[in-house]
Design a protein around this ligand. Structure first.
Ligand SMILES: N[C@@H](CCC(=O)N[C@@H](CS)C(=O)NCC(=O)O)C(=O)O
Length: 257
């Protein structure tokens, strides 16, 4: 099968798919997208992904978008090793987790990420006109960028809420491991929820937010160590895929926001 991936090195949604591809041992052709040059907002790319975001998988010429849909699709076209439980109730539990992951920690991680790195990197030195023009082109994220603002960044309240949502996610990972007997979130089987939570937790760890879970969530802390020991982690997180490395200029004081 011919697989291509339009992705960005440091994008968490791209990392979700790269981990899944590595777990499945699949070969794929890489198309790296550069947000600063607006690669994801060109008319040509938006024919593949009308949402103007990465990642996009191309399978035998057909585009599949949305990282959660892509990882489920990969599991269906390449079922071994399976990343979805066989048991019907466990499958429901996986879907419940996937919905939560999309709704809570995925958007929450964007808030500190944009405050610390992406807003200053992409927009601080842009003219107001360029910033507004970029927003106008975005099919999905206009409100997000307006809330952030070119200069202000997200408010303290919004950052606090995002951190509380990440903390809730970490508590649920910890509790899930206890309830299902570990070592993975849904028990014995490593599944798509372990795959898709990984880049979110890695981004937070990379930005210095490990203290959100490290002091008092030992199961989750140990889970994250197991995650990082899997070969798929090293494959998906190649050089310059962590923002602290790629954009080291924002990490000179070693502090998180
Ligand atoms: N729900 C989409 C979200 C994809 C998404 O937000 N991708 C980000 C990178 S992680 C992006 O392309 N952002 C472009 C931008 O901020 O302009 C998915 O899971 O694939």
């Amino acid at each position: 099968m011919a697989l291509e991936l339009y992705h960005s090195d440091h994008s968490t949604c791209s990392q979700k798919v790269r981990i899944c591809l590595a777990e499945k041992g699949l070969d794929w052709e890489s198309h790296v997208m550069h947000f600063a040059s607006g690669d994801h907002l060109t008319a040509e790319y938006m024919k593949l992904n009308p949402n103007g975001v990465v990642p996009t998988l191309i399978h035998d010429g057909e585009p599949v978008i949305e990282s959660s849909v892509i990882v489920e699709y990969l599991d269906e076209i390449h079922p071994e090793p399976s990343l979805v439980p066989a048991d019907v109730l466990d499958r429901a539990r996986l879907r419940i987790w996937m919905r939560y992951m999309e709704e809570v920690p995925t958007p929450a991680v964007r808030v500190p990420s944009f405050n610390k790195v992406f807003r200053p990197l992409r927009y601080e030195n842009a003219s107001e006109e360029d910033f507004q023009a970029r927003i106008e082109k975005m099919p999905l994220r206009k409100a997000f960028y307006r809330r952030m603002g070119q200069v202000e960044g997200f408010s303290e309240d919004e950052v606090d809420n995002a951190i509380a949502q990440i903390r809730q996610t970490c508590e649920r990972i910890d509790a899930g491991i206890v309830a299902h007997g570990g070592p993975w979130v849904l028990g014995k089987q490593y599944t798509l929820i372990d795959v898709t939570l990984t880049p979110l937790i890695q981004r937070m760890a990379d930005m210095g937010y490990g203290p959100i879970w490290e002091p008092d969530l030992p199961e989750m802390t140990a889970w994250f160590e197991r995650i990082k020991a899997r070969p798929s982690f090293a494959t998906a997180f190649y050089a310059n895929t962590n923002v602290s490395e790629k954009y080291a200029q924002f990490f000179t004081d070693g502090e998180s926001e």
